[in-house]
Design a protein around this ligand. Structure first.
Ligand code: PLP
Length: 380
Protein backbone atom coordinates (compact mmCIF):
# COMPACT_ATOMS: atom_id res chain seq x y z
CA UNK A 1 0.00 0.00 0.00
CA UNK A 2 1.31 3.45 -0.90
CA UNK A 3 0.31 5.45 2.17
CA UNK A 4 -0.33 9.06 1.16
CA UNK A 5 -2.74 10.13 3.86
CA UNK A 6 -0.45 11.82 6.39
CA UNK A 7 -2.94 14.65 6.93
CA UNK A 8 -5.43 12.11 8.27
CA UNK A 9 -2.76 10.50 10.43
CA UNK A 10 0.95 9.84 10.14
CA UNK A 11 2.59 6.51 10.94
CA UNK A 12 4.08 6.44 14.44
CA UNK A 13 7.74 7.35 14.58
CA UNK A 14 9.91 4.59 16.09
CA UNK A 15 11.04 7.02 18.82
CA UNK A 16 7.39 7.59 19.79
CA UNK A 17 6.61 3.89 19.78
CA UNK A 18 9.52 3.24 22.12
CA UNK A 19 8.52 6.01 24.50
CA UNK A 20 4.91 4.78 24.61
CA UNK A 21 5.96 1.22 25.36
CA UNK A 22 8.49 2.23 27.99
CA UNK A 23 5.91 4.37 29.78
CA UNK A 24 3.27 1.65 29.57
CA UNK A 25 5.58 -0.82 31.21
CA UNK A 26 5.92 1.32 34.33
CA UNK A 27 3.26 1.77 36.96
CA UNK A 28 2.59 5.14 38.53
CA UNK A 29 0.12 7.98 38.49
CA UNK A 30 1.84 11.25 37.58
CA UNK A 31 0.08 12.88 40.54
CA UNK A 32 1.42 10.40 43.14
CA UNK A 33 4.37 11.44 45.25
CA UNK A 34 6.06 8.05 45.59
CA UNK A 35 8.87 6.91 43.31
CA UNK A 36 6.58 5.34 40.68
CA UNK A 37 4.49 8.48 40.55
CA UNK A 38 7.59 10.63 40.23
CA UNK A 39 8.80 8.45 37.35
CA UNK A 40 5.51 9.00 35.52
CA UNK A 41 5.61 12.73 36.28
CA UNK A 42 9.13 12.88 34.94
CA UNK A 43 8.07 11.31 31.65
CA UNK A 44 5.34 13.93 31.39
CA UNK A 45 7.82 16.72 32.21
CA UNK A 46 10.20 15.49 29.53
CA UNK A 47 7.39 15.38 26.99
CA UNK A 48 6.23 18.86 27.95
CA UNK A 49 9.75 20.17 27.36
CA UNK A 50 10.02 18.33 24.03
CA UNK A 51 6.71 19.76 22.77
CA UNK A 52 7.68 23.23 24.02
CA UNK A 53 11.00 23.00 22.15
CA UNK A 54 9.20 22.16 18.94
CA UNK A 55 7.20 25.38 19.28
CA UNK A 56 9.90 27.48 20.94
CA UNK A 57 7.78 28.26 23.98
CA UNK A 58 8.14 27.25 27.64
CA UNK A 59 6.93 24.01 29.23
CA UNK A 60 4.58 25.92 31.51
CA UNK A 61 2.64 27.10 28.46
CA UNK A 62 1.68 23.57 27.34
CA UNK A 63 -1.57 21.90 28.43
CA UNK A 64 -1.89 18.28 27.32
CA UNK A 65 -5.27 17.27 25.88
CA UNK A 66 -6.81 14.34 24.01
CA UNK A 67 -6.05 15.97 20.67
CA UNK A 68 -6.51 19.12 18.64
CA UNK A 69 -10.28 18.81 18.76
CA UNK A 70 -10.23 19.20 22.51
CA UNK A 71 -7.55 21.89 22.37
CA UNK A 72 -9.67 23.90 19.90
CA UNK A 73 -12.76 23.49 22.07
CA UNK A 74 -10.85 24.60 25.17
CA UNK A 75 -9.24 27.58 23.46
CA UNK A 76 -12.39 28.95 21.88
CA UNK A 77 -14.52 28.34 24.93
CA UNK A 78 -12.09 30.15 27.20
CA UNK A 79 -11.49 33.05 24.83
CA UNK A 80 -15.14 33.50 23.94
CA UNK A 81 -16.30 33.44 27.53
CA UNK A 82 -14.80 36.92 27.99
CA UNK A 83 -17.77 38.12 25.89
CA UNK A 84 -17.77 39.60 22.40
CA UNK A 85 -17.62 38.19 18.90
CA UNK A 86 -15.73 35.23 17.49
CA UNK A 87 -14.03 35.66 14.12
CA UNK A 88 -12.96 32.66 12.11
CA UNK A 89 -12.81 31.54 8.48
CA UNK A 90 -15.14 29.48 6.32
CA UNK A 91 -12.47 26.83 5.66
CA UNK A 92 -11.54 25.84 9.20
CA UNK A 93 -11.60 22.25 10.40
CA UNK A 94 -14.95 21.22 11.93
CA UNK A 95 -13.20 21.14 15.34
CA UNK A 96 -13.13 24.94 15.10
CA UNK A 97 -16.17 25.66 12.93
CA UNK A 98 -18.61 23.51 14.87
CA UNK A 99 -17.26 24.74 18.20
CA UNK A 100 -17.59 28.35 17.03
CA UNK A 101 -21.16 27.75 15.85
CA UNK A 102 -22.08 26.07 19.10
CA UNK A 103 -20.56 28.76 21.32
CA UNK A 104 -22.20 31.62 19.43
CA UNK A 105 -25.58 29.96 18.84
CA UNK A 106 -27.31 31.73 21.67
CA UNK A 107 -26.05 35.20 20.91
CA UNK A 108 -26.96 36.15 17.35
CA UNK A 109 -24.40 38.19 15.47
CA UNK A 110 -21.42 37.01 17.50
CA UNK A 111 -20.05 34.66 14.81
CA UNK A 112 -18.21 36.50 12.05
CA UNK A 113 -17.07 34.18 9.26
CA UNK A 114 -14.34 35.46 6.98
CA UNK A 115 -14.22 34.04 3.43
CA UNK A 116 -11.18 32.91 1.45
CA UNK A 117 -10.27 33.60 -2.18
CA UNK A 118 -10.06 31.01 -4.94
CA UNK A 119 -6.52 30.13 -3.81
CA UNK A 120 -7.74 29.42 -0.27
CA UNK A 121 -6.13 32.53 1.24
CA UNK A 122 -8.03 34.45 3.91
CA UNK A 123 -9.65 37.62 2.55
CA UNK A 124 -7.76 40.24 4.54
CA UNK A 125 -10.21 43.04 3.70
CA UNK A 126 -13.04 40.94 5.09
CA UNK A 127 -10.97 40.19 8.18
CA UNK A 128 -10.34 43.90 8.74
CA UNK A 129 -14.07 44.58 8.27
CA UNK A 130 -14.89 41.89 10.86
CA UNK A 131 -12.46 43.49 13.30
CA UNK A 132 -13.66 47.01 12.53
CA UNK A 133 -17.09 46.00 13.81
CA UNK A 134 -15.45 46.07 17.28
CA UNK A 135 -16.00 43.91 20.34
CA UNK A 136 -14.13 40.87 19.02
CA UNK A 137 -13.11 38.42 21.75
CA UNK A 138 -11.04 36.07 19.61
CA UNK A 139 -9.80 35.55 16.06
CA UNK A 140 -9.19 31.89 15.22
CA UNK A 141 -7.48 31.08 11.92
CA UNK A 142 -5.79 27.84 10.99
CA UNK A 143 -2.05 27.85 10.33
CA UNK A 144 -2.34 25.33 7.49
CA UNK A 145 -5.44 23.89 5.88
CA UNK A 146 -5.91 20.15 6.23
CA UNK A 147 -7.39 19.65 2.76
CA UNK A 148 -5.27 21.94 0.59
CA UNK A 149 -2.24 22.66 2.80
CA UNK A 150 -2.70 26.42 2.20
CA UNK A 151 -0.79 28.42 4.81
CA UNK A 152 -2.02 31.47 6.68
CA UNK A 153 0.35 34.40 7.25
CA UNK A 154 -0.28 34.64 10.97
CA UNK A 155 1.94 37.59 11.91
CA UNK A 156 -0.02 40.42 10.19
CA UNK A 157 -3.31 38.84 11.24
CA UNK A 158 -2.21 38.64 14.87
CA UNK A 159 -1.08 42.25 14.73
CA UNK A 160 -4.43 43.46 13.38
CA UNK A 161 -6.39 41.30 15.84
CA UNK A 162 -4.38 42.47 18.83
CA UNK A 163 -4.73 46.09 17.74
CA UNK A 164 -8.48 45.49 17.86
CA UNK A 165 -8.19 44.05 21.39
CA UNK A 166 -8.90 40.44 20.37
CA UNK A 167 -7.09 37.28 21.40
CA UNK A 168 -5.56 35.16 18.64
CA UNK A 169 -5.91 31.40 18.38
CA UNK A 170 -4.51 29.22 15.64
CA UNK A 171 -5.28 25.61 14.87
CA UNK A 172 -1.77 24.58 13.84
CA UNK A 173 -2.54 20.84 13.75
CA UNK A 174 -1.29 20.38 10.19
CA UNK A 175 1.72 22.65 10.49
CA UNK A 176 3.30 21.49 13.75
CA UNK A 177 6.22 19.16 13.10
CA UNK A 178 6.19 19.89 9.38
CA UNK A 179 7.27 23.51 9.13
CA UNK A 180 9.09 25.53 11.78
CA UNK A 181 6.93 27.35 14.32
CA UNK A 182 8.54 29.91 16.57
CA UNK A 183 6.20 31.15 19.26
CA UNK A 184 8.77 33.67 20.46
CA UNK A 185 8.32 35.36 17.08
CA UNK A 186 4.70 34.58 16.21
CA UNK A 187 2.42 36.54 18.44
CA UNK A 188 -0.50 34.14 18.87
CA UNK A 189 -2.05 33.65 22.30
CA UNK A 190 -3.36 30.13 21.85
CA UNK A 191 -2.30 27.29 19.54
CA UNK A 192 -3.67 23.77 19.10
CA UNK A 193 -1.87 20.65 17.96
CA UNK A 194 -2.40 16.90 17.67
CA UNK A 195 0.47 14.44 18.14
CA UNK A 196 -0.61 11.87 15.55
CA UNK A 197 -0.12 14.31 12.70
CA UNK A 198 3.64 14.37 13.28
CA UNK A 199 4.28 10.75 14.22
CA UNK A 200 3.01 10.54 17.78
CA UNK A 201 0.14 8.39 19.03
CA UNK A 202 -3.52 9.15 18.29
CA UNK A 203 -5.60 10.61 21.09
CA UNK A 204 -3.02 13.07 22.45
CA UNK A 205 -2.63 16.74 21.72
CA UNK A 206 -1.86 20.01 23.37
CA UNK A 207 -3.00 23.56 23.77
CA UNK A 208 -0.39 26.29 24.02
CA UNK A 209 -1.57 29.10 26.30
CA UNK A 210 0.78 32.07 26.26
CA UNK A 211 1.98 33.03 29.71
CA UNK A 212 0.51 36.29 30.91
CA UNK A 213 -2.52 36.15 28.64
CA UNK A 214 -5.50 36.93 30.74
CA UNK A 215 -8.04 34.28 30.01
CA UNK A 216 -11.08 33.29 32.03
CA UNK A 217 -10.34 29.61 31.57
CA UNK A 218 -13.31 27.34 31.41
CA UNK A 219 -12.47 23.65 31.58
CA UNK A 220 -14.52 21.14 29.65
CA UNK A 221 -13.68 18.43 32.16
CA UNK A 222 -13.88 19.06 35.90
CA UNK A 223 -12.30 16.94 38.60
CA UNK A 224 -8.89 16.67 40.19
CA UNK A 225 -7.47 19.86 38.71
CA UNK A 226 -4.68 18.30 36.62
CA UNK A 227 -3.01 20.39 33.91
CA UNK A 228 -3.31 23.51 36.06
CA UNK A 229 -7.07 23.09 36.16
CA UNK A 230 -7.44 23.17 32.37
CA UNK A 231 -8.20 19.48 32.12
CA UNK A 232 -8.96 17.20 35.03
CA UNK A 233 -8.27 13.46 34.95
CA UNK A 234 -5.30 11.13 35.37
CA UNK A 235 -2.79 11.98 32.68
CA UNK A 236 -2.34 9.72 29.67
CA UNK A 237 1.33 9.25 30.51
CA UNK A 238 2.16 6.80 27.70
CA UNK A 239 0.44 8.89 25.05
CA UNK A 240 2.04 12.08 26.31
CA UNK A 241 5.48 10.44 26.38
CA UNK A 242 4.93 9.36 22.76
CA UNK A 243 3.88 12.87 21.78
CA UNK A 244 7.05 14.27 23.31
CA UNK A 245 9.32 11.77 21.59
CA UNK A 246 7.61 12.43 18.26
CA UNK A 247 8.01 16.18 18.77
CA UNK A 248 11.72 15.79 19.39
CA UNK A 249 12.18 13.55 16.35
CA UNK A 250 10.12 15.88 14.15
CA UNK A 251 12.17 18.89 15.24
CA UNK A 252 15.39 17.04 14.61
CA UNK A 253 14.31 15.81 11.15
CA UNK A 254 12.35 18.86 10.02
CA UNK A 255 14.84 20.52 7.67
CA UNK A 256 15.75 17.31 5.91
CA UNK A 257 12.22 15.85 5.88
CA UNK A 258 10.76 19.12 4.56
CA UNK A 259 13.03 19.11 1.51
CA UNK A 260 12.44 15.43 0.82
CA UNK A 261 8.66 15.65 1.22
CA UNK A 262 8.44 18.74 -1.01
CA UNK A 263 10.45 17.01 -3.73
CA UNK A 264 8.18 13.95 -3.63
CA UNK A 265 5.00 16.05 -3.62
CA UNK A 266 6.24 18.14 -6.55
CA UNK A 267 7.09 15.05 -8.56
CA UNK A 268 3.67 13.51 -7.78
CA UNK A 269 1.93 16.69 -8.88
CA UNK A 270 3.89 17.22 -12.05
CA UNK A 271 3.48 13.60 -13.14
CA UNK A 272 -0.29 13.70 -12.57
CA UNK A 273 -0.74 17.05 -14.32
CA UNK A 274 1.28 15.73 -17.24
CA UNK A 275 -0.49 12.40 -17.55
CA UNK A 276 -4.11 13.22 -16.68
CA UNK A 277 -6.09 15.65 -18.81
CA UNK A 278 -8.40 18.23 -17.31
CA UNK A 279 -7.16 18.37 -13.76
CA UNK A 280 -6.48 21.29 -11.44
CA UNK A 281 -4.36 21.71 -8.34
CA UNK A 282 -6.15 23.52 -5.53
CA UNK A 283 -4.47 26.07 -3.27
CA UNK A 284 -2.09 28.99 -3.58
CA UNK A 285 1.07 27.96 -5.43
CA UNK A 286 4.12 28.35 -3.20
CA UNK A 287 2.01 28.95 -0.10
CA UNK A 288 1.21 25.39 0.83
CA UNK A 289 2.55 22.77 3.21
CA UNK A 290 5.32 20.81 1.51
CA UNK A 291 3.57 17.42 1.63
CA UNK A 292 0.02 18.09 0.47
CA UNK A 293 -1.68 18.21 -2.88
CA UNK A 294 -5.38 18.55 -3.54
CA UNK A 295 -6.21 17.71 -7.16
CA UNK A 296 -9.52 17.97 -8.96
CA UNK A 297 -9.93 15.39 -11.73
CA UNK A 298 -12.93 16.83 -13.59
CA UNK A 299 -15.58 14.27 -14.47
CA UNK A 300 -14.18 11.61 -12.15
CA UNK A 301 -15.91 11.41 -8.74
CA UNK A 302 -13.27 10.97 -6.04
CA UNK A 303 -15.07 8.13 -4.26
CA UNK A 304 -14.99 6.08 -7.47
CA UNK A 305 -11.36 7.00 -8.17
CA UNK A 306 -10.29 5.94 -4.68
CA UNK A 307 -12.27 2.71 -4.90
CA UNK A 308 -10.54 1.94 -8.20
CA UNK A 309 -7.08 2.19 -6.62
CA UNK A 310 -7.09 0.09 -3.45
CA UNK A 311 -3.28 0.03 -3.44
CA UNK A 312 -3.15 3.75 -2.61
CA UNK A 313 -4.26 5.34 0.66
CA UNK A 314 -5.37 8.89 -0.14
CA UNK A 315 -8.53 10.71 0.73
CA UNK A 316 -11.53 12.38 -0.65
CA UNK A 317 -11.71 15.90 0.76
CA UNK A 318 -11.05 15.59 4.46
CA UNK A 319 -10.75 12.15 6.02
CA UNK A 320 -11.16 13.70 9.47
CA UNK A 321 -14.86 14.04 8.79
CA UNK A 322 -15.17 10.89 6.77
CA UNK A 323 -18.41 9.03 6.66
CA UNK A 324 -20.15 12.26 5.78
CA UNK A 325 -20.90 12.33 2.05
CA UNK A 326 -21.31 16.12 1.96
CA UNK A 327 -19.00 18.05 -0.40
CA UNK A 328 -15.88 19.68 1.01
CA UNK A 329 -16.75 23.02 2.62
CA UNK A 330 -13.14 24.04 2.01
CA UNK A 331 -13.36 23.65 -1.76
CA UNK A 332 -16.84 25.18 -1.88
CA UNK A 333 -15.43 28.07 0.18
CA UNK A 334 -12.77 28.51 -2.50
CA UNK A 335 -15.51 28.92 -5.09
CA UNK A 336 -15.38 25.43 -6.60
CA UNK A 337 -18.59 23.84 -7.85
CA UNK A 338 -20.08 20.87 -6.09
CA UNK A 339 -18.99 18.61 -8.97
CA UNK A 340 -15.44 19.88 -8.72
CA UNK A 341 -15.42 19.39 -4.94
CA UNK A 342 -16.74 15.85 -5.37
CA UNK A 343 -14.01 15.08 -7.91
CA UNK A 344 -11.08 16.09 -5.73
CA UNK A 345 -8.51 13.78 -4.17
CA UNK A 346 -6.09 14.78 -1.43
CA UNK A 347 -2.69 13.14 -1.33
CA UNK A 348 -0.59 13.92 1.72
CA UNK A 349 2.98 12.80 2.21
CA UNK A 350 5.25 12.81 5.21
CA UNK A 351 8.49 11.87 6.86
CA UNK A 352 8.54 8.22 5.75
CA UNK A 353 7.22 8.69 2.19
CA UNK A 354 9.35 7.31 -0.62
CA UNK A 355 9.85 7.60 -4.39
CA UNK A 356 8.24 4.18 -4.66
CA UNK A 357 5.04 5.49 -3.03
CA UNK A 358 4.92 8.30 -5.56
CA UNK A 359 5.53 6.04 -8.56
CA UNK A 360 2.80 3.66 -7.42
CA UNK A 361 0.37 6.50 -6.66
CA UNK A 362 0.92 8.08 -10.08
CA UNK A 363 0.39 4.90 -12.08
CA UNK A 364 -2.66 3.85 -10.05
CA UNK A 365 -4.26 7.29 -10.13
CA UNK A 366 -3.77 7.72 -13.88
CA UNK A 367 -5.35 4.32 -14.47
CA UNK A 368 -8.19 4.90 -11.99
CA UNK A 369 -9.14 8.32 -13.35
CA UNK A 370 -9.20 7.03 -16.94
CA UNK A 371 -11.29 4.04 -15.89
CA UNK A 372 -13.80 6.15 -13.95
CA UNK A 373 -14.11 8.72 -16.74
CA UNK A 374 -14.70 5.96 -19.30
CA UNK A 375 -17.39 4.40 -17.07
CA UNK A 376 -19.02 7.81 -16.55
CA UNK A 377 -19.16 8.50 -20.27
CA UNK A 378 -20.86 5.19 -20.97
CA UNK A 379 -23.45 5.75 -18.24
CA UNK A 380 -24.31 9.30 -19.38
N1 PLP B 1 -7.60 20.57 13.16
C1 PLP B 1 -7.11 20.20 11.97
C2 PLP B 1 -6.63 21.26 11.03
C3 PLP B 1 -7.04 18.86 11.63
O1 PLP B 1 -6.55 18.50 10.45
C4 PLP B 1 -7.50 17.89 12.55
C5 PLP B 1 -7.52 16.45 12.22
O2 PLP B 1 -7.47 16.07 11.10
C6 PLP B 1 -7.99 18.33 13.78
C7 PLP B 1 -8.03 19.68 14.06
C8 PLP B 1 -8.50 17.36 14.82
O3 PLP B 1 -7.48 16.59 15.35
P1 PLP B 1 -7.84 15.36 16.32
O4 PLP B 1 -8.85 14.54 15.58
O5 PLP B 1 -6.55 14.65 16.50
O6 PLP B 1 -8.40 15.91 17.55
Amino acid sequence: LAYLDYNATAPMRPEAEQAVLAAMRTVGNASSTHRSGRDAAQRVDTARRQVAELLNCTSGEIVFTSGATEANNLALRAAFSAGGALVTSTVEHPAVLETAKNLTSETPGTLRLVPVNEDGLVDLDALHDALAGGGVAVVSLMAANNETGVLTALAPIAEAAHAAGALVHTDATQMVGRLPIDLAETDVDLLSLSAHKFGGPQGVGALFVRRGVSLPYRPLIFGGGQERGWRAGTLNVAGIAGAGAAAEAALHGMAHEGVQVARLRDSLESALVEQVTDCRINGAPGLRLPGVTSITFRGAPADAVLAAMPDVAASEGSACASGAPSPSHVLLGMGRSRDEADSTVRFSLGYASTDRDVIQAVSSTVRAVRQVRAAMSTTV
